[in-house]
Design a protein around this ligand. Sequence first.
Ligand code: ATP
Ligand code: MG
Length: 300
Amino acid sequence: MKYRKQIRESARLAEPYCVSKGEKFRLKDYDPRDTGDVKNKEQGLKIIENRAGLLSNLQEKLYAQDRWALLLVIQAMDAAGKDGVIKHVMSGVNPQGCEVHAFKTPSAEELNHDYLWRAHRCVPERGKIGIFNRSYYEEVLVVRVHPTLLQAQKLPDPLITKHIWERRYEDINAFEHYLTRNGVVTRKFFLHVSKKEQKKRFLERLEDSKKNWKFSMADVKERAYWKDYQEAYEEMIQNTATKHAPWYVIPADNKWYTQLIVASTIISTLEDLDLSFPDLDKEKKKELEGVRDSLLHEKD
Ligand code: ATP
Ligand code: MG
């Protein structure tokens, strides 16, 4: 398939899952089992195979041009496939131009700062792709579902009001606007897995000795709060889906489809930046010609 066609195909695949205006967003309108018009896994893998190299070409230009950065935020319930997505994306890029940061329960040092502090330090530099495996969005997810976590944040009492979540959405939107205005293109992914599929994957982790290590008691505990999490995710997307930093609500019951759509989104986002290798000025070109000549005429 020709380059242009592959780019168009990637944009077309990603588009239905993009939420850039949150008001009317309802999670129930998105089916975790959806596979769009891709017939089956084989066809999906074929699309992935056909466009091998596309992402790495775009990344090379991003790196060479050294102007834009791309921040990919990945949020999901446990076992939705975050790790698989990250592995898939990383397999298509030069590791030197890409970094992954996982955000876990904050340390004592991190809790001594404002909550964006630890994330801001990990924002990718120009030319790079940064992946956040969980992110500052945990501040309106796990912290919202478990209010005791908020107590641990050492916020002054007058700042803990019933408006705290609204304020956090505002601050996150402002932060992402700030990043965008500084050349950090931000795309956010919610891997939308069904409760039924999560159960199946947990059972696999329990029954398959090669997957035992992935099982965590904490995951099952969080599963008991499924409904609260779904509400928190819905409200989060309603309030933080913006034109400059849209959410992509990715069906996650089929891992191959999740990976296909996330990669499609990244490809089409990078393509929209109209990246190109830097053009050298006349003087620099002349200098390179000189070096080339002397290399060609080297004696030994
Ligand atoms: P995996 O299980 O695949 O290794 P993971 O992202 O689930 O990946 P864990 O170490 O199992 O990693 O879990 C990290 C935990 O840290 C999650 O339960 C998450 O909700 C929690 N966490 C992340 N950020 C915060 C935060 N700001 N406040 C409180 N808890 C947080
Ligand atoms: Mg986990």
